[in-house]
Design a protein around this ligand. Sequence first.
Ligand code: FEO
Length: 399
Amino acid sequence: MSKVLIDEIVNGLYILRVNDEDIKYFEALWSIPEGITYNSYLLKTSTGYILFDTWKHHYSKLFLESLSSIVDPKEIKYIVVHHMEPDHSGSIKEVLEANRYKAIVIGHPLTKMMLKSFYGIEPRFRIVRDGEVLDIGDKKLMFIHTPWLHWPETIMTYLEDYGVLLSCDAFGGYSIPSTIFDDNREVVKSYMSYVKKYIANIIGYYRNHILRNIEKIKKLGLNIKIIAPAHGLVFRNNPGRIIDYYLRIGKAEPLDNKVVVIYGSMYGFVEKAIEYAIEVLRKNGIKPVVFKFTDKEQTSISDIVSEVIDSKAIIFGAGTYEAGVFPTIRYVAEVIKHKVGGGKQVLIISSYGWGGVAGKKLQDILAPEFNIVDVIEFRGMPSKDYLERVKKALDRLIG
Ligand code: FEO
C-alpha cells in the first residue's frame, strides 16, 4: 500500500492520509507495531481552500508535496487547528511558510498560545467560540469545543453542507487500515480492536469526557453522515457504529466474565499459583487473557491496558523485589489505575523469599478504586493450602 493516500470524500472535500509505518511507540510510550495514520483534510470553497490539520513533523516534506498535488499552498485561505498535539500540528510551520503566512489560522484560544510556544510562530489567528458557525465562501462550518478529546484546546468542525464531522482524535484508532472508508466488513472488524487500544492508551485517562462530549454532540442534533477522524478509518457507511463503540469503551463497560491475568515471575514461584488460577478459571468456562513477564517473555503494556478496559476482573501476580513490588507489575498497576480507573474485581497473588511486602504494596496502589477480593502471599512455591485459597478467592472474583 502506498504510504500516502489522497481521495475525495465528497465533492471538494479531500483526505490526505499518511501511513506511519516507521513509528514503534506512539507518544514515545505505547507500543504500536500495527502503526497509525495521520489524516488531514482539505476543503474547496468558493473563496479558496481550507486546510484542517497536518501530519507529524517527520512527514512535513511529504505533506507539502501531497498538499501541492491538489492546491498551491499559497492558495490556502484558512487552516483549522483541531488539536495541537504534534502528530497533527507538526507540519503547520512548513505549510505556513509555503503559504507565506497569508492564511488565517482558526482554533481554540489556547491554540494561539501553543503555536507560539511549540513552533515559535504567530500567524494571523481567528479564535472560534464553542458552537460558532462561520460562512466561508459557499460553505458553512460549525466549530464545537470538545475539551480533553484529547487536550483542553481540542475542537471539531461540522461541515453542514455535507453532514461531515471532522472529529480529530475522537472516533479514531491505531493501525493502518487497507481502506480509507468503512466499506469493507473485514477491514472494520479487525480495525475495531485497534480503536479500543487507542482509546485505552490515549484517551483512557479522560474517558469521562468521551461520554460528556458525545452527549454534547448528540444534543446539537446534527445530521452526521460521515465521521472523518484524524487517525484511522473514515466512517461513511455506519457513523453510528464508531460513536457507539466509543461510548461503550468510554464507559469501560465490562464484558461478561472477561478476566485479565497479568503477572511477573522471576523463577516460577508466582507462575505456579497463576497457572493454577488459570486452570481453575478454564474449568469454570472462562478463557482468561494472560500477559506475562518472565525470563523468556515480555509483553506489551499498551495491549494490557487495552484488554483491561473492558474486563470484569484482574489477577495480578508479582513477587517481592527489593522491599517492593516486582517493578514491571508495579508500573503496570499504576498505568492501569491511571488510564482505566477502578471499579473492577482484583485478586493479588504474591511470593517472597524472606519477607513479603509486594502484596500489601500492590494493594496500596490499587485500593480503594478497585475491589480487592484477596491478597494471597506465600513464601517461595505455593503450598496446597495456598492453592486452595486461590481457588476460593476465584469464586469471589468471578462470582
Ligand atoms: Fe492524535 Fe492527541 O493527538
